[in-house]
Design a protein around this ligand. Structure first.
Ligand code: ATP
Length: 238
């Protein structure tokens, strides 16, 4: 199967500070793939480079067969690649419904607006119940649902999720991971960054372990769960 996202020899960083050193991985259509690794390994930087938030300094990114290296975030959204950033980044004074509609920013998303809203409300019935409520009054788990819902309103083909479980209670994380599986079952491919290695390997298809800006190890979730190096290094976390 051809890759939906293909990253080859990627270099990126912040000014003179280089973070990614020849990172390479791919995501196939309808997969859920995780990027895991220690703090500061470069996972968020990878998400930023893929979604156009920072420029890469070497290597290439292909999305849907097209070279998209260093396109802007809005060009990437128009092509169907959307990032839900770490920390949710919601406006506390905006209602749930208005926040979801912020995600409708391209002609492709406008065409599918009503259908997407139905899908989001079906996926997260709580957001339907609370559509008129201000985001600042929601629980952390509900805010994360809004952030993911806003991403889905852009009608993505590939959804990037940066640490969606951060700060959430274990039962909420379980529900969230189930919702991500449901999103994939509806045809959206998912790339997820997680600290919570043990939990994330329980539902993704494949994962890449990133250390010092390159891939240290990769494999199916099952292979990695049974790899003693992974267990020793990461199963204490989360
Ligand atoms: P974490 O789980 O802690 O977020 P990560 O794997 O996502 O880890 P990155 O956020 O990609 O790591 O950070 C990689 C390196 O880049 C770190 O050394 C970090 O301090 C640095 N860094 C991240 N963002 C910036 C920035 N805006 N400007 C300068 N350096 C940054």
């Amino acid at each position: 199967m051809p890759s939906l996202l293909e990253v080859n020899g990627l270099h990126a960083g912040y000014g003179l500070f280089s973070v990614l050193h020849g990172l390479a991985f791919d995501v196939k259509e309808r997969e859920i793939v995780a990027l895991v690794g220690s703090n500061g390994a470069g996972k968020t930087t990878t998400m930023r480079a893929i979604s156009g938030l920072i420029q890469s300094t070497g290597g290439s990114i292909h999305f849907n067969g097209e070279e998209t290296t260093n396109l802007t975030p809005s060009q990437m959204v128009a092509r169907g690649l959307v990032c839900v950033p770490e920390g949710r980044q919601l406006f506390p004074e905006m209602t749930v419904r208005d926040t979801l509609l912020v995600g409708v920013s391209t002609p492709r998303a406008r065409d599918r607006r009503d259908q997407s809203l139905k899908t989001v409300y079906k996926l997260f019935p709580k957001l339907n119940e609370r559509s008129g409520q201000l985001c600042g009054t929601l629980s952390g788990g509900e805010q994360q649902m809004v952030a993911i819902g806003r991403g889905l309103m852009s009608a993505p083909q590939l959804l990037l999720l940066d640490e969606p479980s951060l700060g959430l209670a274990p039962t909420i994380v379980k529900q969230l991971f189930q919702a991500i599986t449901d999103i994939r079952d509806q045809g959206v491919t998912v790339l997820i960054v997680e600290q919570n290695v043990r939990s994330v390997l329980s539902f993704v298809d494949r994962a890449y372990v990133i250390e010092n800006g390159s891939v240290e190890l990769s494999g199916s979730a099952e292979e990695l769960i049974n790899n003693p190096d992974v267990v020793n290094a990461y199963f204490g976390i989360g």
